[in-house]
Design a protein around this ligand. Sequence first.
Ligand SMILES: *[C@@H]1O[C@H](CO)[C@@H](O)[C@H](O)[C@H]1NC(C)=O
Ligand SMILES: *[C@@H]1O[C@H](CO)[C@@H](O)[C@H](O)[C@H]1NC(C)=O
Length: 619
Amino acid sequence: MAHLWWLLLLVAPAVARDVTDEEYARFPRLYHLDDYSACLSQPDGLYCLGTFHLAPLKQPHPVYDMLKEYSLDRHHFNRTQLHRGYCVSSRCPSLTERNASLRFERCAAQWARRLALRTSLSRLSYCRTHAQEFAQAHSPAPLDLPQKVFLYVVGAIVALNVLGTVYDIATGDHTKKNPLLSAWSVRSNWRRLTASYEDGDPRLAALTPVQGVRVLLMMLIMATHSGCIHDMLYLYNPRWIEQISRHPVLMIFLNGTSVVQIFVLLSNFLLGYNLLLYSKSNIISYRLLPYITLKRIARIFPVYMVVTGYAATWWARSSTGPLWAPAVGAESDVCRRKFWSHMFFVHNLLNPEEICLVQTWFVAVDMQLYVVAALALLALLRRGRGARAALAALALLSCALNGLLAYAFDWKSIMYFAYPSALKTMYSGIPSFSWLYQAPWGSLPACFIGLLLAFLHFDLQEAGVKVSSYKWLRGSYTWALLLIVSWILAGNYVRQWEAPWFTASYVALERPVLSLLAGAILLGMVNGLEGWLKHLMAWRGWHAMGRMSLSVLMLHWILNLSLAASRPQPIATSLLSVVVDWTATSCGSYLLAVPLTLMLEMPPTRLVSSLLHKDTKQA
Ligand SMILES: *[C@@H]1O[C@H](CO)[C@@H](O)[C@H](O)[C@H]1NC(C)=O
Ligand SMILES: *[C@@H]1O[C@H](CO)[C@@H](O)[C@H](O)[C@H]1NC(C)=O
């Protein structure tokens, strides 16, 4: 029966139609792009891209009224704003105006007059002439300092890896090696990447399903972003997005962005568990904090900074097209402006409305919470038994804090504003996104729940409890996944309630409930509860892929946006087209992540470990 219901959801037409196809056909196109390269190949070529505000030239104007009414629906794009890329030189050759932006505006006005509409340029992205394009193609701008620095850094990394690999191979397999050099060996890092825990420590071997969960989550994140990127660019058929955005199943992606909380949960669970293992045979003191923080930074920082550095320097130069500058160029500028705040992991707190590589909010939050979690752990581990109660209290407090903040500032969960027109600008200017979704306090409950879970797991192991012998536990484990999906899909009903007390309570509960459910699954998996899910997640193939998660997280946005923004015409979007972009992006990201992980993530991690001689293992 359940299957049937799903099928019905998928097959049923997504909307009660609001305008007929016939009426819709009379709307002016929301997006239009003239041929960019043909235009700029002409000696007098002038290509302009911008957004126009629409108004009627006569009253009454039935089409305009219809546009206006159509735009009132939150699922629809604002149809009184048109997005145009015009080859002004060939479209309106008779205009003699010298000012390019005025010429663009007049040219659009000529077109609109035929529909009895008036256009006014509300935002000019750019005007480009043949001379500019020609100059760029034939004598590229000289490299600026950041671009040169990026090249030097990449050169140095490659050189170190070559040196390390040659050293490793030259010294053979059984000699005692200099750890500073052999850390850079691609060969030995490849062996580490593809090794499994199976023959090692059984406590770590129990964690194998974690890697599968990571890969699955990365796939979901990439799928969501592929859809987002279509929404952000010019579309041939914007109506498809408007219609699909009402589809109940889409709530999985709109409301499901909270699955990122599972990453937060995992990261803190592993931190907590490793420290607990360490505390069995070592004394815990605050002096540990700089060590573990340094190890963390050594693992994250190089990949994170090099990819951000690429985005800030070379990304914008890597292609052209009518949408390249407004999509990639603009983001690259933000990366350059915010490079320093990225470097110190505070870009989600300084100017959070300006977004460079949207997924990096997670890297910042993860680092910020890592310090909080490590401090909390070091304080609590010395307390003994009281730690569990204290963590539970902290988790509850952090939920309450988010609820209160949401109430005070009128912040809401993402699905309350996850409509096509808000997504078009990546939620910029929406405080709930900048100050709740991307902010560290928004993920604080998941952090504490992860730590609590680590204690629970540790206690179960110490006490030798066989979780699999409790029938009710097996049952709830099987149901938890279904509950997660239901919790996310429930957004369809929750969205109808907009009272402030309700939305604030939902903020307090939404992420924590998801984290708790995911935590239940995780705990079941690592404690030997068998089942198809565990078998799937513990598959050996996920292993290396799971370890490349950081590189994939960093790379996929660049690949996906480059792919979509280099198209010369508006995207004809569809389920299939999103899937195609998603497939290309995920294959490309995992492929590129191999060298990035081998050459940039693993060596510094090993280097710092061997320098510090601490064996607080990081999974
Ligand atoms: C659409 O955009 C115009 C500005 O161009 C604005 O005045 C209007 O309120 C917007 N409509 C909706 C429904 O947001
Ligand atoms: C062109 O016209 C616009 C709008 O009137 C004005 O803001 C801009 O400064 C002008 N540009 C030049 C180069 O004169």
